[in-house]
Design a binder for this molecule. Structure first.
Ligand code: PNS
Length: 157
């Protein structure tokens, strides 16, 4: 299970998903679809799912689904025994450590594993990309081309 908000998916997320798809037989990408959890998203859950589906279809063992329940419940529903997340700079550690403890308390049988981000994606985040897009910055090499166009359109509106 590769969970996240993915608003929008970045090349860093896609790197983690594709590396995880070489380690595990099947991957479910879980896209958070809960309005109360984060402030408003730029893209609907359906749009975020579609972006990821388009970019991961070639991998052959990746399914993409939206969810609005506890992550561990969603993992169980899908028969997933491992939660895979990417870790970028040190700043990710504290948040991920907390999520790890919460998830472990609720579901000690589901393991969490962390893949270190590739250096070129270490400082790439969906929020950084949105900020760039809002001010007309170049998104080349940060998000898939299809996402870049849609993001610029959405944020400049
Ligand atoms: O940082 P992200 O991408 O928004 O992470 C989302 C997620 C669900 C992976 C993270 O918040 C997490 O591990 N949450 C555990 C608690 C939970 O199940 N929340 C409900 C989400 S619908």
């Amino acid at each position: 299970m590769c969970p996240g908000s993915y608003d929008p998916v970045t090349l860093g997320h896609l790197d983690i998903i594709s590396r995880a798809s070489r380690v595990f037989e099947n991957i479910v990408v879980g896209v958070v679809d809960h309005p109360a959890r984060k402030k408003q998203t730029v893209f609907t859950a359906e749009e975020r799912v579609a972006f990821i589906e388009a970019e991961t279809a070639k991998l052959g063992n990746v399914q993409v689904k939206a969810f609005d329940t506890l992550l561990v419940a969603f993992a169980r529903e899908n028969g997933a025994h491992t939660i895979v997340k990417g870790l970028r700079a040190i700043s990710d550690f504290e948040y991920e450590f907390e999520m790890n403890q919460l998830n472990r308390k609720m579901a000690p049988d589901i393991e969490s594993m962390y893949l270190m981000s590739a250096p070129e994606f270490s400082f790439l985040s969906s929020s950084g990309v949105k900020e760039l897009a809002m001010f007309g910055g170049d998104l080349n090499g940060l998000v898939p081309d299809a996402v870049a166009g849609r993001l610029q359109e959405a944020l400049q509106r």
